[in-house]
Design a protein around this ligand. Sequence first.
Ligand code: ASP
Length: 317
Amino acid sequence: MSMSHLLSIEDLDRAAIERIVSQAERFAEVADREIKKVPALRGRMVLNLFYESSTRTRSSFELAAKRLSADVVNFAAGGSSVEKGESLKDTVLTLSAHRPDVIVIRTPWVGSAELVSRWCNAAVVNAGDGKHEHPTQALLDVYTLRRRLGALDGMQVWIVGDVAHSRVARSNIIALQRMGAKVTVAGPPTLIPRDIEAMGCEVRYTLQEMHRADVVYALRMQLERMTDSLVPSRREYAAWYQINSRRLRPRQLLMHPGPVNRGVELAGEIVESPRSLIAAQVEAGVVVRMAVLYELLSGARPAEKPSLRPAPEPQPA
Ligand code: ASP
């Protein structure tokens, strides 16, 4: 199966996830070189179109494209000055005149990446569409866990916190289950969607049984997506659901997609603890996004291995 877009993790079966993760493992070797660049996508253009703030995702897509020798154009729409609907379409149509090969798009609107894929000829990567999906986050989380633990089959993962507003939770529930893990979501009832069990996971409203988890995946409280106050206070939330060194067992691994609200969903002391994979997740972001860009742009030649020779130095004109 070759991909023409990456809009949802739903579109990837286990074999496709494994193929991308394995390709990312091959690209990890490039990151250890002195010259961290290969010519695989030379002459291709990647357009980063971000309507919502981003630190890790945008920087790692940019770096991923550059390490593959693609050209990168970054477009950041200042939040309040951009409207949805026509203006998103107009922006895409305008920037399409530059003939990008890939458009990486993040917006606060569910379904926006899919819309963009209908408006242009580029391969589209969903880098987060509102509370719907964030497929490359799920891929980099699978990569991170596989590197640390090997196979994910039978592994117990607890996803804790604001599941209702989290695209990371949705994409991860799907990806982790496809890789054979068992997923439990836990948090206050107001932050757990009613129909989440239909996705095949278990639901808990307390952390009492969290000792069963092999991996605890904490989520940020997505205040920007809450219309009402869904928890009494951050302090009360922390008292019940904060992951701290008392609640996390020594053998359990900790993950978080960032940005972390220290003192809310995570106690500051465990962010950099040896049990934390948070820095490894960020590092994984670059190689996994290299693999996604490569997969999209080499779709017509699925059997071909990327050239991992260093990119030649540019010659003076
Ligand atoms: N960075 C992740 C996202 O964009 C998680 C978060 O913002 O809490 O969805």
